[in-house]
Design a protein around this ligand. Structure first.
Ligand code: SF4
Ligand code: FES
Length: 360
């Protein structure tokens, strides 16, 4: 679709309920400048946003953060999503959740829980999270999710310190009763960009991880679904980031700004509208930030005439900007990009320094 084509309907809403979080993961995708608690949207505004999202065609809401359980009104928010007819997925660190609060969320209509696990080695997991005891609490709450009969996805963020333990992390997810595991290589935005040289795996590690995933898929077929993609900097083609800018999803920040993707604020000059002043339908249809890279009319070469342009939409706009300084450039992860050599060079830059932990 070109920018002049008909407007697509979004399918997903990422609701960043708060930027507050007890953990300090050095790969956090939240921005370096976090929204403050006293500027967070209230319950009634979120409930309105959920109703407007459902009217727009959104099917799923991902309740995320920061740590969404830091919001005392989380059960009311889950109920509001449920009453709006949305499928609700809680993306949580599990730290800050108790069996009681989880039971309350299930009663409010929560449909699915996604818990992040930092490593299968507990000491390493707590070190990565910057929170002693986090791993034990995550395991306990995972058990409670399964007891309540809610589907559980375990999300593992993989990087140089834990990429060698993919097999034991998948075994851990199985033992916790997860039906799905998402192996997500660190993406270099926000805090992860700051820690890139410390997090970056080697080519050998990535090749071995790909072999491990294939082996584990065959071994556990029918028992657990394993989702994994090759990490950006080692891929030949880029990912269709967020399913294409302004095409599939919206992201609402704790303070109500609506972004086409979680990192969009890194691109200078984009004008983001806020749900406090505009309806979601208005924002989806008319906000300058959504219009900026929707479709393919904004593209320049090599994307403009590329056969894959309707498949990957030129890759990630934020990554294109971060690495080349031009948000309209091809994502340099693509081997057809004139700046692709830069990615190969950055993938070689590794440092064994301590993490810069995310701070709130
Ligand atoms: Fe995708 Fe652009 Fe690369 Fe073609 S040139 S594969 S559209 S990023
Ligand atoms: Fe913004 Fe990919 S993270 S387009």
């Amino acid at each position: 679709m070109g920018a002049s084509g008909s407007l697509p309907a979004p399918l997903g809403l990422l609701a960043e309920l708060t930027h507050r979080c007890p953990l300090g993961c050095p790969y956090c995708s939240n921005p370096l400048a976090l929204d403050k608690r006293d500027n967070e949207l209230d319950t009634a505004t979120w409930a309105r946003v959920f109703r407007e999202a459902a009217s727009l065609g959104v099917l799923q809401v991902h309740l995320s953060g920061g740590e969404p359980a830091a919001r005392r009104d989380l059960p009311e928010l889950v109920r509001a999503a449920c009453e709006a007819g949305l499928y609700s997925n809680l993306i949580t660190s599990a730290v800050g959740l108790t069996p009681q609060t989880l039971g309350g969320l299930a009663d409010a209509g929560l449909d699915h829980v996604q818990i992040s696990i930092q490593d299968s080695d507990e000491a390493s997991a707590d070190h990565i999270a910057g929170y002693k005891g986090a791993s034990t609490r995550k395991r306990a709450i995972s058990g409670e999710v399964v007891k309540l009969g809610l589907p559980l996805t375990i999300n593992m963020v993989v990087h140089r310190a834990n990429i060698g333990r993919i097999e034991s992390m998948v075994e851990l997810a199985l033992s916790l009763g997860a039906s799905r595991v998402e192996i997500a290589h660190v993406q270099y935005y926000g805090w992860a960009l700051k820690n890139r040289a410390t997090l970056m795996p080697t080519r050998e590690q990535v090749d071995e991880a790909v072999r491990q995933v294939e082996m584990l898929r065959a071994k556990h077929q029918g028992r657990i679904v394993i989702d994994a993609v090759v990490p950006d900097y080692y891929a030949r083609f880029p990912k269709p980031c967020v399913g294409g800018w302004g095409r599939r999803s919206l992201n609402v920040t704790p303070a109500g700004r609506v972004l086409p993707c979680h990192a969009a604020e890194v691109i200078p000059g984009l004008e983001f509208w806020n749900v406090r002043e505009h309806s979601l339908a208005d924002i989806w249809g008319a906000s300058p930030a959504f219009a900026a890279f929707r479709g393919t009319d904004w593209m320049q070469e090599p994307c403009k005439s590329c056969a894959r342009r309707d498949q990957d939409f030129g890759g990630c706009r934020c990554q294109a900007f971060i690495l080349t300084g031009d948000a309209r450039a091809a994502d340099p992860v693509c081997h057809l990009s004139p700046q692709h050599a830069l990615v190969a060079q950055l993938a070689e830059e590794r440092e064994d320094t301590v993490y810069s932990y995310r701070s709130s």
